[in-house]
Ligand binder design. Sequence first.
Ligand SMILES: C[S@@+](CC[C@H](N)C(=O)[O-])C[C@H]1O[C@@H](n2cnc3c(N)ncnc32)[C@H](O)[C@@H]1O
Length: 201
Amino acid sequence: MVHKSCKPDSADLAEYKQHATGQHHHRGKSSESLLDKEAILSALKIGHGQTVLDAGCGNGYMSKEFSRLVGVNGKVYALDPDKISIAALRKETEGTNIVALVGDITTRMPLPASAFNLIYLSTVVHGFVGEQIEGFKVEVKRLLAPDGKLAVVEIVKRDTPFGPPHNIRFSPEELRNALGFASKATVELGEYFYLQIFENR
Ligand SMILES: C[S@@+](CC[C@H](N)C(=O)[O-])C[C@H]1O[C@@H](n2cnc3c(N)ncnc32)[C@H](O)[C@@H]1O
């Protein structure tokens, strides 16, 4: 399945580039204006009443989309180590079905085991170093419901006008090998990104 992404403009690319090279802390937009949200949501098939974890949520723009889709009987946990982003999101989403938490998904989090229908990470995994991948796999395995899905958005491992160094990017195949979950689908998201969906097995 190939979706046409929204075409980022030069301001979007410059902003993402600054973030990816660590020139400023992004607290906010990050990939928001670069990714085709509708293509992602259509591939994720989120249902009413589901429990979703947006790990490395940044400003939480996808958490808000998930919140709408899971409805009043569902719950979205928005997790990020960045205290300022989480404080802002918590304030903004008070009284909704979004629970904003400061935390690190590569370690054990105070979240219920086997409770998540979906764990979503957008442009987060390439930043994991050393033991973090192993810690991430253990925590995802603990948190996912038996029929739950892990969905990872990453930047392609090709020359792009922005983004992290090639040596820390994952091709879809490298991502599948590194995480070891069963692949359900790989979805191209325009020129620069892809979505890899895994099943819990
Ligand atoms: C490039 S930003 C992407 C933010 C958002 N997912 C998006 O697509 O706009 C990467 C985010 O991952 C967060 N992050 C980094 N390490 C993390 C970890 N170990 N656990 C959870 N989030 C992490 C960062 O604080 C940052 O907000």
